[in-house]
Design a protein around this ligand. Structure first.
Ligand code: EPZ
Length: 419
């Protein structure tokens, strides 16, 4: 198994080009199931999760052709509508094939995804949205067996709380339903807007994406398209926070700075300088102390849960005490014991972590526990004295394209080692 070995203490300096967003790409890939026409994604990140979803789509008979930054998907004939447990359990986003399969073929059998390291993560909102659209849903031996005789029909759906996955899933199903679907209390993340833009380019009729009320007028058929995946706001935020944590100056390229509106003021409050122009963001911190900043995670446009661990790595070195509250997932503090192994002083109580900043972190052997937690350990390792070894690197490979190359190009002493 690979590990990442970091010799800390060198400031970062250089440029990092941000890849296409993993969490958008995964839902856009699923959209190929809605049409028998050729479908192409550009600005595609090459990640473990996207390769994995490609395998699941191949299992349905989709022709998958992978190029550099480009992915062609052609779901001309679907030869299966079953997503087996082994293919769904490894990645929860696989569950989102249920709606499109149901919309196009009126039947599907998809394994329930199960929990994961950051929480139980049920799919009740996904299922009740599909039921509102007329799907008949039965659960049998861990599988959702769904059918919609005569096709799905439009419905008014009010989500009891905001869910990114359920909003996307409902959109993916409603585009081919008969009549109008209204989603109330919808998630507003940029990935939702990206999915709506792509579906509209295929001939769908979606309005309001990015707002709490989304209206989808069902159409009979969707065509193919070539669509560029939105830049990854979480990857950009991760490198911005790493720069503020380690010190130095890094310019982020191919970034949508407007998608990180909640992050920039907090980085500035923590003592780093942020300068934006149209397509790039420069983050700098040169020898000034890191200041403590309290933060709580919220649905977009609030501060993203996917940057919470990386923000905590920065606060571990702050000149004072900060409190981080995790409102989205119930178990997303798995990085705390690992950061503590490096000398951080963190006390977790329920959904809050109290971080008492320390002057230095010490390199240690640590373990990646989930994707974003792994990135926080890499940043802490670059800021720490001596050597840090991050194990279970497959978590990082799920969502960060060539992290050691991108950081290495900015002067970090970081390498991947196969054991
Ligand atoms: C997406 O997960 C992202 N994943 C997550 O990124 C991200 O952290 C999350 O949105 C929040 O922004 C992908 O896009 C693939 P939710 P999702 O439905 O859609 C509960 C990463 O590191 N809930 O908005 O699963 C749920 O348990 C990942 O890239 C229900 O109770 O998130 C959670 O507490 C991790 N029932 C809350 O809602 C449901 O039916 C929000 O989850 C659905 C969700």
């Amino acid at each position: 198994m690979d590990k990442i070995v970091i010799e800390g203490g060198t400031p970062l300096s250089g440029q990092i080009s941000i890849s296409g967003a993993k969490n958008s790409a995964l839902k856009l890939m699923v959209a190929c199931l809605l049409t028998d026409a050729p479908f192409e994604l550009t600005n595609m990140p090459n990640l473990r999760d996207t390769r994995f979803l490609g395998q699941l789509l191949e299992n349905f008979g989709v022709q998958v052709n992978d190029g550099v930054g480009r992915l062609s998907l052609h779901a001309k004939n679907l030869t299966s509508t079953t997503a087996p447990y082994d293919l769904v359990r490894k990645m929860r986003a696989s569950f989102n094939v249920l709606g499109p399969l149901l919309a196009r073929t009126h039947k599907a059998k998809v394994s329930l995804p199960g929990g994961c390291a950051i929480g139980a993560r049920p799919v009740d909102l996904h299922l009740s949205a599909l039921k509102s659209m007329g799907a008949n849903i039965e659960l049998d031996e861990g599988y959702v067996i769904a059918s919609a005789k005569g096709g799905l029909r439009g419905a008014e759906i009010t989500f009891p709380f905001i869910s990114v996955g359920a909003t996307e899933h409902a959109m993916l199903a409603a585009v081919l339903a008969k009549g109008e679907t209204v989603l109330n209390n919808a998630a507003r993340e940029p990935e939702i807007v990206d999915l709506a833009n792509c579906l509209n380019a295929m001939g769908a009729n979606i309005s309001g994406a990015g707002r709490s009320e989304v209206i989808i007028e069902g159409v009979e058929k969707l065509g193919g398209t070539s669509y560029a995946v939105v830049p990854d706001r979480i990857e950009a935020g991760t490198y911005a926070l790493a720069t503020a944590t380690v010190g130095g100056a890094v310019r982020l390229l191919n970034v949508r700075s407007d998608h990180l509106g909640s992050l920039w003021p907090l980085i500035a409050q923590a003592g780093a300088k942020v300068t934006m122009d149209e397509n790039s963001v420069l983050v700098e911190r040169h020898g000034t102390p890191i200041l403590p900043v309290d933060v709580e995670t919220q649905a977009y446009p609030g501060f993203p849960t996917d940057l919470q661990a990386q923000f905590m790595a920065m606060m571990c070195l702050a000149d004072g005490v900060s409190i981080i509250r995790e409102n989205i997932f119930e178990n997303r503090f798995m990085h705390c014991p690992e950061l503590s192994r490096m000398g951080a002083n963190i006390t977790v109580s329920g959904r809050e972590a109290i971080i008492r900043g320390v002057p230095t972190l010490k390199g240690a052997q640590v373990m990646a526990t989930d994707l974003r937690a792994s990135a926080s350990l890499v940043a802490a390792g670059m800021a720490a004295e001596d050597i840090t070894e991050v194990g279970r690197v497959y978590h990082l490979d799920r969502g960060f394209e060539q992290i050691e190359v991108k950081l290495g190009n900015c002067g970090a002493r970081i390498k991947r080692v196969s054991e």
